[in-house]
Design a binder for this molecule. Structure first.
Ligand code: AKG
Ligand code: FE2
Length: 306
């Protein structure tokens, strides 16, 4: 029998871009994360080149979480044309649909950022991105974050630390060192995980920079982490495709949620827009009617924060 010793690293949950999206979704929901290898290398290289001047100018982090040798950017869509293509990548959106539309009629972009770890960067404290909201990760999946490899990711240069299966763990359980994996992936791969999955940037012990682009998707009825209307105001968003504008929030977030003059907010970008129209949203109302509704019967007491 093959009994793995405690020193054997866990195998990574890596798939090829050709795998059917429904199989990818099953593997993501089972393990809490998934790496799609070399999904869009050309777009990742173009995005990296667009972001380099912004990274050069960016400040280092000012606390342990943000990292003293880590530079971060936000508002990526106005900094890189190629990044706009990655945000709407069909494979990633198919997964966002498969994961998030169980809880909402729409999903949206929650955050677009870059995390650039320079040599000497220390490991980021482990955390769950979904702890942004006072909702138990065991009850509802609020987020599907992604991390695109704009440089190679490996365990020496700070490849993201991930705890497989931790989206199903109680708040109290802490990972043992052997339960943590480092995302290792070539340029253009994407690490996808869930709001309840424990993870954090790795330590960069190498002489190389590790640059990732974080694109996160969330339930349409939640407040976005990054204020998309300030990061990408209408005069910027008018350059975007309709799909992208709707994805960042110029859209209904649910039935009647986020209207403009009682109507679809995307009308702002449509030539005939002249103010109030008060159209109804029958499809969204119907989709909402079939969603589960959450009743808080007991409040989970949260364990000591990470
Ligand atoms: O840099 C990374 O690999 C992960 C960053 C992260 O998880 C965060 O900032 O929330
Ligand atoms: Fe995170």
């Amino acid at each position: 029998m093959n009994t793995p010793s405690t020193n054997t690293p866990l195998p990574l949950n890596v798939v090829s871009p050709d795998l059917a999206p429904s199989d990818m979704r099953d593997r993501l929901l089972e393990q809490g994360y998934l790496i799609i290898e070399a999904l869009a290398p050309d777009l990742a290289q173009l995005t990296h080149a667009d972001l380099i001047p912004h990274i050069v100018d960016a400040p280092y982090g000012h606390d342990e979480f943000l990292g003293a040798r880590t530079k971060r950017l936000g508002g990526i869509l106005k900094k890189s044309l190629a990044a706009r293509e990655l945000v709407t990548h069909a494979v990633v959106l198919a997964l966002a649909e498969g994961v998030l539309l169980n809880y909402a009629t729409n999903y949206q972009l929650n955050f677009s950022g870059a995390m650039h770890l320079e040599p000497g960067a220390e490991a980021q404290p482990l955390h769950r991105d979904g702890d942004l909201y006072p909702l138990s990760h065991l009850g509802i999946t609020t987020l599907m974050p992604t991390m695109w490899a704009l440089s190679e990711f490996d365990s020496a240069n700070g490849g993201t630390q991930v705890v497989p299966g931790s989206h199903l763990w109680s708040d109290e359980r802490r990972p043992l060192p052997e339960e943590i994996v480092n995302a290792e992936m070539p340029v253009g791969s994407v690490l996808i995980y869930l709001g309840g999955t424990i993870h954090g940037g790795g330590a960069n012990h190498s002489e190389r920079n590790r640059t990732g682009m974080a694109l996160q998707y969330s339930l349409g009825w939640l407040r976005q982490e990054e204020n998309q209307y300030l990061a990408h105001p209408p005069e910027v968003a008018q350059e975007f495709s309709e799909e992208l504008r709707r994805l960042i929030g110029y859209n209904y977030g649910g039935s009647y949620l986020g209207f403009l003059d009682g109507d679809d907010p995307h009308r702002l970008f449509e030539p005939a827009y002249e103010g109030p129209a008060m159209r109804s949203t029958p499809e969204i109302n119907a989709a909402k009617a079939s969603l589960p509704r959450y009743k808080l019967t007991e409040l989970d007491s949260k364990g000591k924060p990470f």
